[in-house]
Design a protein around this ligand. Structure first.
Ligand code: PMP
Length: 394
């Protein structure tokens, strides 16, 4: 029976992953309160969320969500192009375009869908899509969905990117890169990549999921931090589920880009619009992210404190200026054991293993937030130091 054959194969692949010690497991968080998480009946200090500015618990963001839900109900009830596009969505799009210095913005229900939809609408079979090897999975998947020729260059290797563009056949090309890399925390060489794109006649797209709100003047992200704008980076995608503490995503750029996505981006067209109350919450989060610059400053100070403390202890942090501060451990089992030992000491940190990162590069993905306090950072450093001294740990 073909159906059971497929399920058998899937089960065999899962078993193989389990034997390799790489099985992914869900954990139920019973309650979240800023960086504090209750799970399995224990209260743990989390260094694993993407709530970099602490806006997921912002009273005005919560109030905006409640107010809009009282006014509008919960669901948007339809796709944007039918009757799901509410005033809250339109206001949020306007605010996002203004913040990022672009003509227009278009909301998507998730960042994954925003990248799929953008690449699928922009690229056609025969086009070339050049990408950093460490780009997020949904950029890779988007190029494949579009049927474009996908060429990947070594991480942050500008000369490699240039070579990939030069060696393409006579085809239109998109160069797509994360602004801040999700598992390494470093920033893409955007100025150099923009220059390569200009020289080689390619369009540059930046996924700034982890840069928006955190980097650049006014928190406008990695493109602003690099001194670039819509002219050099015509396609910006960013998410609302990280520094903005909500959920969803947007693409921003010229009127022509946004009009085109509205016509052709299937993951935009054929899906239910995000709840209007969520758009209202995200609008309040944008306002808070811009007005409360102390959050960015506090985060930057915590990052500096963590990096200085780690350097003193001789811990192998990666060269990251962002809220993502991975501790490279190499072996997947060591990463898992270290995360478990930290959990016993009251900390929740994600162990990132292959295939999410390359083999031999398992790590703890430590993320910092303006919701943390200096003492939280010091306690984590102390625990990491104790673990380092334990035989067999990292
Ligand atoms: N791009 C990057 C760089 C990401 O890290 C993520 C989320 N982990 C996404 C896109 C997808 O965004 P979302 O979670 O909103 O689907």
């Amino acid at each position: 029976m073909p159906r059971s054959e497929l399920l058998h194969r899937l089960a065999a692949e899962t078993a193989r992953r389990e034997r390799a010690g790489l099985l992914r497991r869900l954990r139920v968080v019973e309650h979240g309160d800023g960086p504090w998480l209750e799970t399995g009946g224990r209260r743990l200090l989390g260094f694993c969320s993407n709530d970099y500015l602490g806006l997921a618990q912002h009273p005005q963001v919560i109030a905006a969500l409640k107010r809009a839900a009282d006014d509008e109900g919960v669901g948007s009830t339809s796709a944007h192009l039918i009757c799901g596009h509410r005033r809250e969505h339109a206001m949020l799009e306007e605010a996002l375009a203004e913040w990022t210095g672009r003509e227009h913005a278009l909301l998507f229900s998730t960042g994954y869908m925003a990248n799929l939809g953008t690449l699928q609408a922009l690229l056609q079979r025969g086009d070339t899509c050049v990408q950093d090897k460490l780009n997020h999975a949904c950029l890779i998947d988007g190029a494949q969905l579009a049927g474009a020729e996908l060429k990947r260059y070594p991480h942050a290797d500008v000369a490699g990117a240039s070579r990939q563009l030069q060696s393409r056949p006579d085809s239109a090309a998109l160069l797509a890169t994360d602004g801040v890399f999700s598992m390494d925390g470093d920033v893409a060489p955007l100025r150099e990549l923009a220059a390569v794109c200009t020289r080689e006649g390619a369009t540059l797209m930046v996924d700034d999921a982890h840069g928006l709100g955190v980097l650049g003047d006014d928190g406008a992200g990695s493109i602003r931090a690099a001194g670039l704008g819509q002219r050099e980076v015509p396609v910006l995608m960013a998410t609302l589920g990280k520094a903005l503490g909500c959920s969803g995503a947007f693409v921003a750029g010229s009127a022509a880009l946004i009009d085109g996505l509205l016509q052709f981006a299937r993951p935009y067209i054929y899906t239910t619009a995000m709840p209007p109350a969520l758009a209202a919450a995200a609008l309040a989060a944008v306002t808070a992210a811009r007005e409360e610059s102390w959050r960015r400053e506090k985060l930057a100070a915590l990052i500096a404190r963590f990096r200085a403390g780690a350097a003193e202890l001789g811990l192998a942090l990666m060269p990251s200026p962002s809220a993502i501060q991975p501790l490279q451990l190499g072996d997947a089992q060591v990463a898992l054991d270290t995360a478990q030992a930290l959990e016993q000491r009251g900390f929740l940190v994600g162990a990132i293993r292959p295939p999410t990162v390359p083999k031999g590069q398992a790590r703890l993905r430590i993320t910092l937030s303006a919701a943390h306090e200096e003492a939280d950072i010091d306690h984590l450093l102390q625990a990491l130091n104790e673990l380092r001294r334990m035989p067999g740990a990292g």
